[in-house]
Write a protein that binds this ligand. Structure first.
Ligand code: FES
Length: 173
């Protein structure tokens, strides 16, 4: 019995000693780890600028079908009625998104009750007030949002997209 107590004590000391070595190693790693010099680049891909519509064409919660960056890439402009991050126009509430689901390419439909673009394929939902963030579903990325700009005449231009468009191998035309 005494021998057993001795072994427990030896094991306890080894364990505590090991913790000390591990803590010292972690502290050394923290002080010597290289620091990143540059901030991460935004995930925006610039395409040729294209006029999509005019502010006068938009009404709250009535999506306007558009295509960007080319005619094979359907999308939508939506006036949300509430200022949102990334929103443009005098009320900061106009956003634009691809309407091709990033999961398997089904066409998305706008649901004004919860301001989402929703997929009939496997029921993914993307929050139009939160930059196209996926709030339910299987896709491995959020919905591609347009970088929009409004000129002095109220024309709405798209200058880029912030995610990979479904079905494309890269965001290069
Ligand atoms: Fe949209 Fe699957 S294609 S959730």
């Amino acid at each position: 019995m005494k021998r057993c107590d001795l072994m427990v004590e030896v094991g306890r000391r080894r364990f505590l000693g090991g913790l000390g070595v591990a803590a010292a190693g972690a502290a050394a790693a923290a002080t010597t780890a290289p620091q990143a010099d540059a901030a991460p680049a935004p995930a925006l891909v610039e395409y040729p600028s294209r006029r999509l519509a005019n502010l006068s064409q938009l009404k709250v919660d009535e999506p306007l079908a558009v295509a960007y960056p080319d005619k094979d890439a359907p999308g939508v402009l939506i006036k949300l009625g509430t200022r949102v991050p990334g929103g443009v126009g005098p009320d900061g509430d106009v956003v634009g998104y691809s309407t091709v689901c990033p999961h398997k390419g089904f066409p998305l439909a706008y649901v004004k009750e919860d301001k989402t673009l929703s997929c009939p394929g496997h029921y993914a939902r993307y929050d139009c007030e939160k930059g196209g963030q996926q709030i339910w579903g299987h896709a491995t990325q959020n919905l591609a949002q347009y970088a929009l700009r409004v000129d002095g005449k109220g024309d709405i231009h798209a200058d880029g997209v912030d995610e990979l468009l479904y079905g494309r191998l890269s965001n290069v035309l």
